[in-house]
Design a protein around this ligand. Structure first.
Ligand SMILES: NC(=O)c1ccc[n+]([C@@H]2O[C@H](COP(=O)([O-])OP(=O)(O)OC[C@H]3O[C@@H](n4cnc5c(N)ncnc54)[C@H](OP(=O)(O)O)[C@@H]3O)[C@@H](O)[C@H]2O)c1
Length: 279
């Protein structure tokens, strides 16, 4: 049994998912098999991969090797930019299931809107049908801006369960978060630790960490959890898997949370969602 009780988020379709998951971007396929099994052993029950990560096979093998029952794991994958369009997205999702070695994913996302392709509404319709067929239990999006969210809701009447966006104390995303709240869409943070770069050296974070005898990573993740955000920190370092889960036992004061939110610089580490995948 894990020593951590991971909080659960309830999605707008009634399904629930762990508020802390394990992300595998930039984990090689052969390595993913090991790290996914280690993460499940550490207590994670949610895994975030994507077709473009090239590690769906390793992720699927890691799940099987862990011995944890498939129904106890919340598995997410994503349809890549080059696979947008109704038929291509259906085929892409089925290929992902095959690589993952599973009959369904718990959550299927459109990876980026790629607005210039003008295909994300058709792609969303494909996800709606994949959900009806039971191949995806929940459906959502990633890197969508307000106008992209509005377009899929207007065209299909189906609201995504969540929007997975870049989010950390240097990119607080307050305007987009209030759009999410208005629609009942959960915010899921990618690069929740700011990719382990400058953010984890920030003196404000360091001071709060010292006050709680915690690490900088735990403080940042505890801030996300207090905001109601779903997080999917990535690490291939076994000790950090447990360290990051420890954030669930860390409660920050209102003043500490406000100080962390005050670090916002509107600074992106990743691409601009209006531009990525448009070419
Ligand atoms: N939808 C999208 O477009 C999108 C884009 C990017 C990411 N994502 C998803 O979000 C997940 C997480 O984002 P991310 O991988 O970009 O960044 P992240 O989770 O913010 O940071 C990962 C980096 O931080 C290091 N790290 C992890 N825990 C740490 C700790 N406690 N102390 C110090 N360093 C720590 C890791 O190093 P080691 O691994 O060496 O330990 C790694 O270099 C991805 O894996 C992926 O699943 C989605």
């Amino acid at each position: 049994m894990s020593e951590f009780t991971i909080p659960t988020a309830t999605l707008n379709d009634g399904h629930t998912m762990p508020q802390v998951g394990y992300g595998v971007w930039q984990v090689e396929d052969a390595v993913a098999e090991k790290t996914v099994a280690q993460a499940l052993e550490a207590g994670y029950r949610s895994i975030d991969t994507a077709a473009i990560y090239g590690n769906e096979e390793g992720t699927g093998k890691g799940i099987k090797a862990s011995g944890v029952a498939r129904e106890d794991i919340f598995l997410t994958t994503k349809v890549w930019n080059g696979e947008q369009g109704y038929d291509t997205a259906i085929a892409a999702a089925k290929a992902s299931l095959q690589r993952l070695g599973t009959d369904y994913v718990d959550l299927l996302l459109i990876h980026w809107p790629c607005p210039a392709k003008e295909l994300y509404v058709d792609t969303w319709s494909a996800l709606v049908d994949l959900r009806s067929q039971g191949l995806a239990r929940s459906i959502g999006v990633s890197n969508f801006q307000e106008n992209h969210l509005q377009a899929i809701i207007d065209e299909t009447g189906i609201v995504p369960v969540l929007n997975q966006v870049e989010n950390h104390p240097y990119l607080v995303q307050e305007p987009l978060r209030s759009v999410h709240e208005r629609h009942g869409i959960k915010t899921e943070a990618w690069s929740p630790l700011g990719q382990g770069k400058d953010l984890l050296q920030d003196s404000v974070i360091a001071e709060i960490a010292a006050a709680h005898d915690a690490t900088a990573g735990q403080v940042v993740l505890a801030w996300h959890l207090a905001n109601g955000t779903i997080v999917i920190p990535k690490t291939v370092t076994q000790s950090r898997m447990t360290e990051n889960l420890g954030a669930v036992n860390l409660t920050l004061s209102a003043a500490e949370l406000a100080a962390i939110t005050g670090l916002n610089r509107d600074e992106r580490l990743g691409g601009d969602p209006d531009v990525v995948g448009n070419d």
